[in-house]
Design a protein. Structure first.
Length: 344
């Protein structure tokens, strides 16, 4: 299951005679056998080999963790790593025994997080199913509740959340019925509430009401959502064109905006989006015909193009991924300043 990567790199896995290659401007297979998944950190990768989790990056000048280092929870009774959420200084891990641990990268130390999900009287066990790190750790449970760890957020009545995504300092939540909620910092319009106010608890994004959203993503200070009709909406900060909206003079879009796609002649074309991923100042989506489109910053080659050929783009442009057969793409991820494509 080869994994391909483009963008900012700090891992010695990509090196030449001059040292670590810091910018990878075309999708290149990660040279480590048996990789099944990847998480992208600021200056490191988390690499999965089935149930084994490794970290590799420029952690320090003298540390042998610059080579892939197996991450093992110190207590055997806690099980092995099942999910991992990268952060700037730490990795939050969910174990196979439903325990949450924090791995401090620069100390090479583990800390068990005190359990905060309460027991239920109806005998239905509640446990974490997704983790994400923004300014804090946000946890989604199997019962559709959200914790701004360790505190339960004030839940809207009769709402069950099924997915979450975090930017630098905001969180987007997808409800079971297709509604989208947001909370956190709103100074760059990333919450989508038509203002720049902060929001402590999940608030419905009214501009998307009536649409059935099936997938969400957040990165940096912007947000994106895909509807069941294949439409793509973006909002938030647009300093590098990461919203895919032709509006260079307007940096903040505080309301979800429908994205138009254009061909090489500048004419609008019909596009059905399957999935979208947001990184820092860039966005990539996959369409139902197997093509990737990207917009925003290409400073480190994260759009899979040479920087001298494309510095940034305020429109979504089709990405040329010559080495990959679209039929083999299993999923893709954007985070920080990089993009990864996982194939079958």
């Amino acid at each position: 299951m080869p994994v391909y990567y483009a963008g900012l790199n700090a891992s010695p896995l990509f090196s030449n005679q001059d040292g670590i290659v810091t910018s990878i401007s075309h999708f290149t297979q990660i040279p480590l056998p048996g990789i099944t998944d990847i998480e992208i950190g600021w200056n490191y990768f988390l690499l999965w080999q089935d149930t084994k989790l490794y970290i590799t990056g420029k952690i320090s000048e003298k540390d042998d963790r610059n080579r892939p280092h197996l991450m093992q929870i110190p207590e055997e009774s806690s099980g092995s790593c099942e999910l991992a959420a990268p952060g700037r200084d730490s990795v939050v891990v969910l174990s196979t025994r439903n325990e949450i641990w924090k791995y401090k990268i620069y100390d090479d130390s583990w800390q068990k997080v005190t359990p905060f999900i309460p027991s239920n009287d109806d005998m239905q066990t509640e446990h974490a199913i997704k983790l994400s790190q923004a300014g804090c750790t946000v946890v989604l449970t199997n019962l559709g509740r959200v914790f701004n760890a360790p505190l339960l957020v004030e839940m809207p009545k009769r709402v069950k959340f099924v997915d979450l995504a975090c930017g630098f300092d905001h969180t987007i939540l997808l409800a079971e019925n297709g509604d989208v909620y947001s909370m956190g910092m709103g100074i760059r319009g990333q919450l989508g509430h038509s203002d720049l106010e902060n929001c402590d608890n999940p608030k419905l994004i009214e501009a998307l009401a009536g649409l059935k959203v099936i997938q969400i993503s957040a990165g940096g200070w912007h947000t994106a959502a895909v509807t069941d009709q294949g439409d793509l909406y973006t909002w938030g900060w647009n300093s590098n064109g990461e919203l895919g909206i032709e509006s260079k003079d307007k940096k903040v879009h505080a309301v979800p905006t429908l994205v138009d796609f254009k061909n090489d002649s500048g004419e609008n074309i019909e596009i059905n989006v399957k999935k979208v991923e947001c990184g820092n100042s860039f966005t990539i989506c996959l369409t139902d015909d197997g093509f990737f489109w990207g917009c925003g910053s290409n400073k480190y080659g994260q759009l899979g193009k040479l920087q001298r050929n494309l510095e940034n783009s305020y429109n979504f442009v089709k990405l040329d991924i010559q080495s990959l057969d679209p039929k083999t793409v299993k999923k893709f991820k954007c985070r920080e300043w990089g993009t990864a494509i996982i194939t079958e």
